[in-house]
Design a protein around this ligand. Structure first.
Ligand SMILES: *Cc1c(COP(=O)(O)O)cnc(C)c1O
Length: 399
């Protein structure tokens, strides 16, 4: 009789449970490799990835442009710190400044969304000394570090870590009148997601972002848009606020998730209309803008532009939305390849697990929303097949 064998996923799970902080719960699957919108687990099972690592892998898995850029750069020069210039870092900064309006835009590079928002909060402090109020939205998400958490409008995430930054006030999301009332001459900034991602892919209305801009201008406050999830093409525009309210220009934009195509990178950008500038010595990040992550981001930006993935994202988003016609889905929110499917029953976690068993990765948000954020480069065939697998899973859960 042979000894019982332990599968790779079981041994990874056991090691995880023993030695990792239980912040995420033990992941059910161990993924081994990927290509495009497909990933394979350690048992060789294939999945269509309609989630892209939380809207991160903008070009899918192992995209040749990213593989080549990262491999070449790490072989040449991996890290030097911001005491030295490198070509990829500078080129990326120039590209991001151009996307944010060109001359007058200034970029700070870092490593994550939370870090980008921390930079934005400090930039706001620096630019509006003496004003200690920041207005943020209920339901908003800006990250887990103390500053970013302080402007995150989700009480359960905040409560264990209070006291947080003082002077932060939350207003109901997409309520222009409430926002106008909240912005006063001691307001330093309004900090918003143009589309709330973590609370279920909820786009603001155009009028709300316009009202935010007007209220900030009237009070001399800065308008900061958190584009960490919605930026870099997710909505079919470079920035989600351009899809929601094309006429509104913010003072500060934060980026991260999709920017590096899977490599960790973040950015805090002040636009040409903004007077927000750090002084020398105000802020820093050892890894920020390191040339490997910068090379990955340049590959992402180049590929989105060269392959016209902004247009593709709009078309593929419409195709995915149409393919989600199912009695278990009450309605679908979102823009481009960034959708929140509202279920008719609070079965989101069961749908996520059943979808996985049917070979498609999706993400449950709360009890009744399934979030879809596949690679911007996903093929039509993969959308159709991924949606078919998801519908088959929905058939099982909501018959
Ligand atoms: C994910 C996210 C963050 C935090 O990014 P991290 O890289 O996890 O720190 C901030 N804001 C928004 C809108 C996000 O979706």
């Amino acid at each position: 009789m042979s000894a019982p064998t332990t599968s790779t996923v079981d041994s990874l799970r056991m090691a995880w449970e023993r030695h990792f902080q239980p912040t995420y719960g033990t992941p059910p699957v161990a993924l081994a490799h990927g290509s495009g919108a497909h990933v394979w687990d350690t048992d060789g099972r294939e999945y269509i990835d309609l989630y892209a690592g939380i809207a991160v892998s903008a070009l899918g898995h192992a995209h040749p442009a990213v593989v080549e850029a990262v491999s070449a750069q790490v072989a040449r020069l991996g890290h030097v710190s911001n005491y030295f210039l490198t070509e990829p870092t500078v080129r990326l900064g120039v590209r991001l400044a151009e996307l944010a309006g060109g001359d007058g835009a200034r970029v700070f590079l870092c490593n994550s969304g939370a870090e980008a928002n921390e930079a934005a909060i400090k930039l706001i402090r620096r630019a509006r000394p003496g004003r200690n109020r920041i207005i943020a939205a209920a339901g908003g998400f800006h990250g887990r570090t103390i500053g970013a958490l302080s402007i995150t409008g989700q009480p359960t995430k905040r409560a264990p870590f209070e006291p947080l930054l003082s002077g932060v006030e939350f207003v109901p999301y997409d309520d222009a009148a409430a926002l106008r009332r909240a912005v006063t001459p001691d307001t330093a900034a309004v900090f918003l997601e143009p589309v709330q991602g973590e609370s279920g892919v909820i786009p603001a209305t155009e009028g709300y972002l316009t009202a935010a801009r007007e209220a900030c201008d009237a009070a001399g406050a800065l308008l900061a848009f958190d584009e960490v999830q919605g930026g870099i093409g997710r909505t079919g525009r470079w920035f989600s606020h351009q899809a929601v309210a094309p006429g509104v220009v913010p003072d500060v934009i934060t980026l991260a998730k999709g920017l590096g195509g899977g490599l960790p990178i973040g950015a805090c950008i002040s636009t040409p209309r903004s007077d927000a500038v750090f002084a020398a010595g105000d802020h820093g990040s050892t890894f920020g803008g390191n040339p490997v992550a910068a090379a990955a981001a340049l590959a992402v930006l180049d590929t989105i532009a060269a392959a016209d993935l902004l247009t593709a994202t709009t078309h593929q988003g419409e195709r995915l939305r149409a393919a989600l016609d199912h009695p278990g889905i009450a309605s679908i929110r979102g823009i481009g390849l960034w959708l929140g499917a509202l279920l008719t029953a609070p079965d989101a976690r069961q749908v996520e697990a059943t979808a996985r068993a049917h070979g498609v990765l999706v993400n449950a948000i709360g009890d009744d929303v399934i979030r879809l954020a596949p690679a911007l480069s996903i093929t039509t065939a993969d959308i159709d097949e991924g949606a078919a697998r998801l519908r088959a899973a929905l058939d099982k859960v909501v018959p």
